[in-house]
Ligand binder design. Sequence first.
Ligand SMILES: Cc1cc2nc3c(=O)[nH]c(=O)nc-3n(C[C@H](O)[C@H](O)[C@H](O)COP(=O)(O)OP(=O)(O)OC[C@H]3O[C@@H](n4cnc5c(N)ncnc54)[C@H](O)[C@@H]3O)c2cc1C
Length: 486
Amino acid sequence: MGAGLGGLAAALRLQAEGIETTLYEARDGPGGRAYVFREGGFTFDAGPTVITAPSCLDELFAVSGKQLSDFVELIPNDPFYRIQWDDGARFDYHGDAARLRAEIQRLAPDDLRGYERFYRHSERVFDAGYRGLVAKPFLQLRDMLRVFPQLVRLRADRSVYRTVSRFVRNERLRQVLSFHSLLIGGHPFETSAIYTLIHFLERNEGVYFVRGGTGALVDAILRRFVDLGGRFRPSTPVQEIRVDREGRHQVRCAEDTQPFDAVVSNADVHHTYARLYAGEPAARRERRRLERSRWSMSLFLVYFGVDRRYSDLVHHTVLLGPRYREHLDEIFHGASLPDDFSLYLHAPTVSDPSLAPPGCECFYVLSPVPHLGNAAIDWEREAPRYADRILASLESWLPDLRKHVVVQRVFTPLDFERELAAFHGSAFSVAPTLTQSAWFRPHNADRRIPGLYLVGAGTHPGAGVPGVVNSAKATVQTLLADLRDG
Ligand SMILES: Cc1cc2nc3c(=O)[nH]c(=O)nc-3n(C[C@H](O)[C@H](O)[C@H](O)COP(=O)(O)OP(=O)(O)OC[C@H]3O[C@@H](n4cnc5c(N)ncnc54)[C@H](O)[C@@H]3O)c2cc1C
């Protein structure tokens, strides 16, 4: 239930195993956070744009008997990202080792050797933390105890930023090497150092954009699922699920109620327990636990198309202000909207001009903002003003931007809550802190409600495209093992 990338990947894996699968989706199309909308000849990916760890997508298609390349083309991004500070300074984060070294030499020559040591550290964390842990479910405490010595060795108790700081001294280089945890909803000063593995993962496997947009990947997974006989039910929000005396899950939507042997929920984890399984006593405990958990920040997004092209652009630009830690603290823990912002600008027409009419450019800009549980911001009133402030700030670099906007749409924390049933309007679900990871995270299978499985950002391993695609692997393996065990 739920056709986000995790739900789609799980549905495809199940159907490929010969398990008759029905995929319910509340919205009128698939994708969840990776939904697509089109307006005025522009194609907007609503969410994920940075594709890392393509090997997990290769594997997903391979288990369905096909190759990823039969369905989508991955365009390498070069540079992976541009980091740009408010004084105009830039750092191009390349995948190519020599070019990356040249950038470090330019920004922080004294840190070159420290960077090399960081890279090797990131590789060690990747070997232990990604290969070993990411697609394995943590259902019992002993699963956690088994990896505990490894976590201690890797100093998983430290934060990403603190670990990066052990290797490099330059503050800007520290930002360049630590901002990645934001991509999965984590505060770089609070997210476990396990996530330093992202650096090696990117260097090793690359950073890509899907030709036609991430939506083309979503469509490909759905198409493969349907080709194998899976049933897709868009515009069908599940209203309630009751477990009957025979242990079957009675799934009720507006049109009907149907029995299933098992449910894999890709809906927000809080929504799953608080609304869908509200009638189950075990769900109440989980709901209370989730309400005490720390949730990742929300996002404010402006999707816009302009009737001109800009030359000074790369595909992914991260714009950082003068304050890093203080600003992040305000986003993650503050009760109001910070006065300044850090932004991510997505310019997909740099890689694929077909996403906009000829001579035009397609963009989205996102600003991390506090979630609704922390800050009582009146987004209905604030949104137009905030969008205008953000676009105005981009004009220092993209001249006359607002004059050229021909299509514009915003998505606020309230939309995350209303459209995606996201608790507190969180963009990335339960925050990826050490005490909310692996066994401490909502489990891939709920042993107190037999037949209920979870997939997606709220379960192990967590948010991000590789995270949710790997969660599908962990969840489906558990479900298949349960079936074998009767
Ligand atoms: C703006 C943005 C940018 C991002 N950028 C990147 C990026 O560049 N790279 C990256 O790796 N990650 C990125 N992420 C993170 C990544 O997109 C998400 O972690 C991931 O897509 C979440 O997938 P999911 O499987 O958890 O499902 P979701 O996308 O959360 O989908 C859940 C689905 O369940 C449906 N649903 C909910 N309730 C019901 C119900 N009752 N009945 C039926 N259906 C229901 C929803 O409608 C939705 O379709 C980004 C996230 C956002 C928001």
